[in-house]
Design a protein around this ligand. Sequence first.
Ligand SMILES: [Zn+2]
Length: 317
Amino acid sequence: MRAFAGIDLGGTNIKYGLSDQNGKILINKSKSSHADQGPDEILKHLEDCARELLEYARQKKMKVPYIGIGSPGTVDTDQGKILGVSPNIPGWGGTNISARLEKNLNIKVHVGNDANMMAWAEVLFGAAKGYRNVLCTTVGTGIGGGVIMDGRLAIGSSYTAGEFGHIPIVKDGKKCNCGLHGCLEAYAGSDNLIAMARKEIKAAGSKSKYQGTLQELTVRKILDLFTQDDPGAKKAIERQAEYMATGFAAVIHLLNPEAIVVGGGIAEVCGAEYIKLIKNSLNQYAFEDALKGLKVLKARLGNKAGFIGAAFQKEKI
Ligand SMILES: [Zn+2]
């Protein structure tokens, strides 16, 4: 029997695991990525994770076809190399992950963009299983995405397809984490959600259920307040959903997908109510014909999606 080994590198943690060929998870682990220690140390940690997975598979007499890795940043998927800059991992750009790990582990190593890997997992085993034309997104501090067209993950001509968070929605708008201006991420990402919530909670005055100072407000607290029907938090999430809908409409008009998957903390906590906010807002921005039959779905695999998608990145549907 075959086992699929995946590693999801993040700025804080490395999540890694092994799955059988049906997507059933056999091991699921996490450790610090030590991103501040530089590329060489990170590579060592990735190698250790891979060795651990390979050893487990060996004991169970399972064959691992390749090691799959998901990384932040633009990834040259042909070479397994990081291009450009990843703000969360200093010095990571230029690192050839495949070359180093293949030499030391003696197994093929494939690398993809982390958000693309999540998208792929949701299509293979998660919320979008059974669909062939899908946009998957994940919302946190940053907004990541992946596009599946006709059953294949879109990589693009220079490896940057699916950068949903950097669709410009406002001309000369707010500065984004990527350095550009007016990106969706600058409006619908965590930083602006907190800024919007501060404003709305203040405006709600005594009607707000929030006890702390506005400076202490976090995404977690905003989401808790949303579930308690706090008017300020509700308004802020509603506005965030509207921004998301403008980004979704751009993709809908371009690709006419069958399904959109929304992942990350907001969708996780606010669930069906949040999905409804997005759908309502979409009516305002997208053609009725394009919305016919479109499913807007909550991601199902949570933070396991990254390593699962990485593990199966060379498989087909
Ligand atoms: Zn941007």
